[in-house]
Design a binder for this molecule. Structure first.
Ligand SMILES: Cc1cc2nc3c(=O)[nH]c(=O)nc-3n(C[C@H](O)[C@H](O)[C@H](O)COP(=O)(O)O)c2cc1C
Length: 243
């Protein structure tokens, strides 16, 4: 297939900024969107331990990080999950009343929500969870062993079933499009790339293996974490486990 005449270049072209042409602006009176998704009906809340420092130094993690797809199936600890969530989306600062997170985000709009599919995590019931950033807690959305369904949804990547947890990032499009309109679709993925990179470095630093995943059936992954695949779209997945 010749992509040069297809939707990709059309998207790239129609979302370019050009010198001399106005850049879309948010009206001065427009209130920014809420950057946190709130669920009123978690089935259960799981408090996460305080994030800790320590582990392998950054330079070593950068040099030694590799995508890992062989996992022992041995459970992760809740402290490790806590650390990985903090390293990607944890609150780490504030400026002018805007809460800032561990990973950079265009316009500090943070469109990406984190879902954790707990497959083998010590003391945590298997299921699908949402990361409640402000509370630094996991909220259960669905109980059960979804490891097989998720691996199937990721184009039958069956090795994922032995990961302790799989992170799924879903982008709330309007949060970013409020400011950047169609160009937002570039930023959803750029933001997600930061999350994936920080997750891999953090996982390595903790002595864990991880692999980022973009090969998935979008509708199936969306259904599994309970998002509609239109206003909130799955953009990136990452499996983490013990070697
Ligand atoms: C955007 C993106 C998508 C990826 N998707 C998959 C995937 O679906 N399955 C997989 O096994 N690896 C996936 N990978 C991992 C790459 O195959 C891996 O990063 C590459 O082979 C380089 O190896 P390294 O990460 O060990 O340096 C993905 C990596 C990126 C950055």
């Amino acid at each position: 297939m010749d992509v040069s005449t297809s939707i990709g270049p059309q998207f790239q072209e129609s979302t370019k900024y050009h010198r001399g042409r106005p850049v879309p602006q948010v009206p001065g009176w427009a209130a920014p969107p809420d950057t946190y998704k709130v669920y009123e009906d978690y089935l259960e809340r799981v408090a996460l331990p305080e994030p800790q420092s320590g582990g392998a130094p950054l330079w070593e993690a950068i040099e030694a990080r590799r995508s890992q797809r062989r996992f022992s199936g041995e459970p992760l600890t809740l402290a490790e999950i806590s650390q990985l969530l903090w390293a990607t989306q944890g609150l780490t600062g504030e400026v002018g009343g805007i809460e800032l997170r561990a990973s950079a985000s265009a316009g500090a709009l943070y469109p990406n929500e984190t879902y954790v599919v707990a497959q083998a995590v010590d003391g945590v019931t298997a299921g699908v969870y949402h990361y409640d950033i402000r509370a630094h807690e996991l909220g259960m959305l669905a109980e059960g062993d979804y490891s097989e369904d998720l691996a199937r949804a990721c184009l039958e990547q069956t090795w994922m079933q032995r990961a302790g947890a799989v992170f799924v990032w879903g982008s709330v499009v309007a949060r970013c499009a409020w400011k950047y309109q169609n160009r937002a679709y570039r930023y959803l993925y750029l933001d997600a790339g930061h999350l994936g990179a920080q997750l891999q470095l953090a996982a390595h630093s903790l002595g864990l293996g991880s692999c980022n995943i973009a090969a998935f059936f979008d509708n199936e992954v969306a259904k599994l974490v309970g998002i509609d695949c239109l206003t909130e779209v799955p953009v990136y997945v990452a499996a983490v486990g013990r070697a």
